[in-house]
Design a protein around this ligand. Structure first.
Ligand code: GAL
Length: 685
């Protein structure tokens, strides 16, 4: 069976962001680091992420000797390095001498020097300076035994509205609209509020985007920002590709907000094509006071499955905290057991590394209280260090997991452009569009039933899945409609919902009703969508049970579908809300309303049963337990039984499995303490 060793190492990485440049005046600390790294079974470090002012303290004056020593010392201990390019934060001399590198905000105000992640992505000077630094790093360390990967920049994000960026935006638009202003004016619905342009030079980035009425412009600005960020990244990696063609390249992706949505301001489906390895920085607010641990774990699983599916290969967890962070509203410590559990969840969903921000807590500035493997006390006996050590030891025993995948029969579609378009849409309700959360809602029942899911983009191949679910796909271009049609025709099952197929790729509404092809496939035609106030109530009856409707209810007319559920109340009482239609060799379901979680549970449970879609291991258990695994060999799975509930849980295993640690065979009832994880291996017959 093919394995995808994304890092080229045939084991799991354990380590994190290491900032020795903060400690060069403390040689005893650097010495101690090496000892503690060994003690924690740490074997990989991202080095030099914010080290530019140490590497080039003055323009053209370079200091690499300290980095030589760090890399040599790490190599001597058998550790590997994800060598960083330092573009995420620049030295003051650079901003002072070349102010064009400073970002301009959407109100056209130029930012001052300071902070990080705030450079202009277009600036030729910044591109030249970063490329030069990257070339020097590549040439100096290309043959270094510690060099494993490139960690390019840090968490690319944000946009710049300077004159250089405006010019680049206009050039990008000219390409996109074939140098025909009329084409752009049509796509942006120009005559609306007199927004027709008579010259390219009149076009500016939206300022600010939240108040901009021209939705085509907004959407294209988001696309341009992704394009320009990737273009900057390409410029950064050019010397790396040239000098070290065999060294894999990654950059760390993120998730958004406390509710862990996929990062919104860059289209990672485009960025994914440019990196060799997807990696992300996960900071869930464990033990918060607004949701259960299991609910949050489900959201983490969702992001993992999305970032894994982007390239259908293992990803790296590049940053996480061994305990609390410093930027949540409340920076809570991980409870005993949580670190091991959260680390194993990552591995179970496809991570080939557990890495931390940060190795050692910094002594000053804004991150001096951010969780770290080594605290200010430098003590290896403290609880957090011991938790990390436990994870290190477990990972060392799981080397065979590296490179393995998680085959799935079910796919959910997540689309960044759709999220942008829907968020800008003035209509429906301001508060409740919640596209990412809606996709999570459709992910939840599969997570609860331990069914592996790929979270794919609309461009991925649908044909390898039994079921493809496209919730709230408001923006559906014709290519996607064709792909859905072909997939169902050939025997696939699709599910879509209210507020899908409304606009095309320019955010222009489809004319003449719902696209004819969708009507044919789904056998329905959505007539209008009713938007609810928070206290409005309705219900849908489906399979003799009644489920609450919230936020949205679409009134449907039938063009051939069979009715599975009806509305209970209001002027559309008795009309259809949930339908199924046979088309070609396949089936197409339409869920017309936003329904409570139990509906998704029951609806997908029926589908799972009908299609005989298997969980990774035949088990039964209560809520809060998650059973996820990776296929390490033709028929062999390493399976993680994880208890995210705050109470003890019993899992009944209806197969013969082997305890991964003790090698004893087990089946039947296994009990899991709160936050306990048990690892087993399972040979599928
Ligand atoms: C990340 C960032 C790190 C560190 C961390 C703190 O977003 O990449 O450098 O600041 O947050 O949680």
């Amino acid at each position: 069976m093919e394995k995808k060793y994304v890092t080229k190492a045939h084991y799991l990485l354990h380590g994190g962001d290491y900032n020795p440049d903060q400690w060069l005046d403390y040689p005893e600390i650097l010495e101690q680091d090496l000892e503690l790294m060994e003690e924690a079974s740490a074997n990989a470090f991202s080095v030099g992420i914010f080290a530019w002012s140490t590497l080039e303290p003055e323009e053209g004056t370079y200091q690499f000797e300290w980095l030589d020593k760090i890399l040599d010392d790490l190599a001597a201990k058998g550790s590997k390095v994800l060598l960083a390019t330092p573009s995420g934060a620049r030295p003051a001399w650079l901003s002072q001498k070349y102010p064009e590198v400073l970002r301009v905000n959407e109100r056209r105000q130029k930012m001052l020097h300071g902070g990080r992640h705030n450079h202009c992505f277009t600036s030729p000077v910044y591109r030249e300076k970063t490329q030069k630094m990257n070339r020097l790093l590549a040439e100096r360390y290309k043959d270094h035994p510690a060099l494993l990967m490139w960690h390019v920049s840090n968490e690319y994000s944000g946009d710049c509205h300077c004159d250089l960026c405006q010019e680049a935006f206009r050039d990008w638009l000219k390409e996109r609209y074939h140098h025909h202003l009329a084409e752009l004016n049509h796509a942006w619905w120009g005559p609306f509020w007199s927004h027709t342009f008579s010259d390219w030079s009149q076009i500016e980035s939206p300022s600010p985007i939240g108040e901009s009425a021209v939705h085509g412009l907004n959407l294209d600005w988001h696309r341009f920002v992704t394009h320009q960020t990737i273009d900057f990244y390409r410029n950064e990696i050019a010397p790396l590709r040239e000098v070290t063609p065999d060294v894999p390249v990654t950059t760390n992706f993120m998730a958004d907000g406390n509710d862990l949505k996929p990062f919104q301001s860059l289209d990672y489906s485009k960025f994914a094509k440019e990196v060799d390895v997807i990696s992300w920085d996960a900071y869930p607010a464990w033990h918060n006071d607004w949701e259960s641990t299991a609910e949050l774990a489900m959201k983490v699983g969702f992001i993992d499955d999305l970032y894994r599916s982007l390239k259908n290969q293992p990803f790296l967890l590049l940053e996480s905290t061994p305990s609390g962070v410093n930027w949540h509203p409340v920076n809570k410590a991980k409870r005993p057991g949580m670190h091991q559990l959260s680390a194993m969840q990552m591995v179970a969903h496809g991570a080939d590394s557990i890495m931390y921000f940060q190795w050692r807590k910094s002594r000053g500035s804004s991150e001096k209280f951010h969780g770290a493997v080594v605290d200010h006390d430098g003590d290896k006996e403290n609880r957090v260090f011991q938790d990390v050590k436990q994870v290190g030891e477990t990972l060392a025993g799981l080397a065979e997991v590296a490179g393995s995948l998680r085959p799935a029969k079910v796919a959910l579609v997540y689309d960044w452009e759709n999220n942008w378009a829907l968020n800008h849409a003035q209509g429906y309700s301001r508060e409740t569009k919640r596209y990412p959360q809606t996709v999570q809602e459709h992910y939840r029942p599969f997570w609860e039933q331990d069914i592996p899911v790929d979270v794919i983009t609309k461009e991925h191949d649908f044909s390898k899945y039994e079921v493809v679910i496209l919730p709230m796909l408001y923006l559906m271009d014709e290519a996607t409609i064709d792909r859905i049609t072909d997939y169902v025709e050939q025997g696939g099952t699709v599910v879509t919902t209210y507020i899908s197929g409304i606009v095309d790729e320019h955010d222009l509404a489809y004319l003449g009703g719902w696209p004819a092809a969708l009507q044919e496939v789904f056998g329905v035609s959505p007539l209008e969508t009713d938007t609810y106030y928070p206290n409005d109530r309705n219900a849908v009856t489906y399979q003799d049970k009644t489920y609450e409707v919230n936020d949205y209810a679409t009134i449907l007319s039938l063009t051939g579908a069979e009715v599975l559920g009806n509305y209970e109340a209001d002027f559309y009482a008795g009309t259809r809300a949930v339908t199924r239609h046979s088309y070609g060799k396949g089936q197409a379901y339409f869920i017309g309303a936003r329904l409570e979680a139990d509906f998704q549970r029951d609806f997908y449970a029926a589908l799972i049963e009908e299609r005989a879609i298997e969980s990774v291991l035949p088990v039964t258990h209560g809520r809060g337990v998650s059973v996820q695994g990776r296929q390490v060999d033709e028929g062999t799975y390493i399976v993680f039984l994880m208890n995210f509930a705050e109470e003890k849980q019993t899992v009944v295993i209806e197969a013969e499995v082997t305890d991964y640690q003790t090698k004893e065979s087990i089946s039947g009832e296994v009990s899991l303490q709160p936050y306990e994880v048990k690892i087993v291996s399972h040979v599928k017959k």
